[in-house]
Write a protein that binds this ligand. Structure first.
Ligand code: SIN
Length: 291
């Protein structure tokens, strides 16, 4: 007899997001539940698991069910000792230095590390301490945004490549070992089709990375900015989004191939500590995203 999955999937919005109930992620995960979670992730793009109690080893083990893990180049000092695939995202200071990255400011809409040739297909974020207010993370469905794109705008971006700047993080800071530039058409980074095919679902999705320093390859900077402003204005409508209000013990898992996310700022005096893992990109899978 085939084992039944134990999970319950509760849709959060019609565009994206589902809460997964009935699982303690610190316990070993069955193959049946792994398959059910993966299917829910593909169907809903962002999964929410509440009330979890995970060590870094358990977070790493759970994440590995969905692929090999990667670390973020340049941010290696912000991993807990002995857990190189876990990145601390935090504003908390210890001995005069911050224990994590991204501080307390806004992180603008982005897809994780889209500036790589093989960006991470998915990311997982686990909350240990959260402020009472602020610091919400919002997600956008890039399937829904593309499906509703006016046809003339869709024609204007079809078959076009976008340059994804690698020199700034999602808080807008210049990364170490990078130099500032004036002309976005000279920005370092990776080029991806603006519309990509999701390699597992076969659905087309917008792939925008970040607005700051993006450039539509082959356009003048002015024409590129005009086109991107129109696409971004369309995408950032609330109907394509899900807002997550964090509680300690939440684990979120999102699909970078069909979502973007952003984070609200929060009170600098409040403490916010999150631990993140991310799945490793793959050249063969990436080739399947070409629209
Ligand atoms: C991120 O952009 O990966 C972090 C989001 C957050 O801090 O909520």
């Amino acid at each position: 007899m085939t084992a039944q999955a134990t999970i319950e999937v509760k849709e959060l919005t019609s565009a994206l997001g589902a809460e997964i109930r009935g699982l303690d992620l610190s316990a070993p995960l069955s193959d049946t539940d792994t398959t059910a979670i993966r299917q829910a992730w593909l169907d809903h793009q962002v999964l929410v698991f509440r009330d979890q109690h995970l060590t870094d080893a358990q977070l790493t083990d759970f994440s590995r069910h969905f692929g090999d893990l990667d670390s973020v180049p340049g941010w290696e000092p912000f991993s807990p000792a002995g857990h190189p695939n876990v990145l601390i995202i935090s504003n908390v200071q210890k001995d005069g230095a911050t224990i994590g990255v991204l501080g307390d400011g806004e992180a603008s809409w982005h897809t994780d590390m889209s500036y790589l040739d093989q960006p991470p297909p998915g990311s997982l974020l686990y909350s240990l301490e959260v402020p009472e207010t602020g610091g919400d993370t919002c997600f956008m469905s890039m399937y829904a945004a593309l499906d509703a794109l006016p046809p003339d705008l869709r024609r204007a971006i079809e078959g076009r490549l976008l340059n994804h700047d690698s020199s700034h993080d999602s808080a807008g800071n210049l990364r170490s070992n990078h130099t500032a530039f004036e002309d976005v058409s000279t920005a370092p980074g990776a080029r991806h089709p603006i519309i990509r095919i999701h390699p597992e679902t076969g659905r087309p999705a917008l792939f925008l990375g970040r607005r700051l320093h993006a450039w539509v390859v082959g356009e003048t900077v002015e024409a590129s900015d005009t086109l991107l402003d129109q696409v971004w204005e369309h995408c950032t409508r609330e109907e394509f989004t899900y807002r997550h209000r964090w509680q300690a013990g939440d684990l979120l898992m999102w699909d970078n191939r069909c979502t973007m996310h952003r984070r609200d700022p929060f009170d600098a005096q409040a403490r916010r500590i999150m631990h993140r893992t991310q799945l490793k990109g793959d050249a063969a899978v990436e080739a399947a995203t070409l629209a």
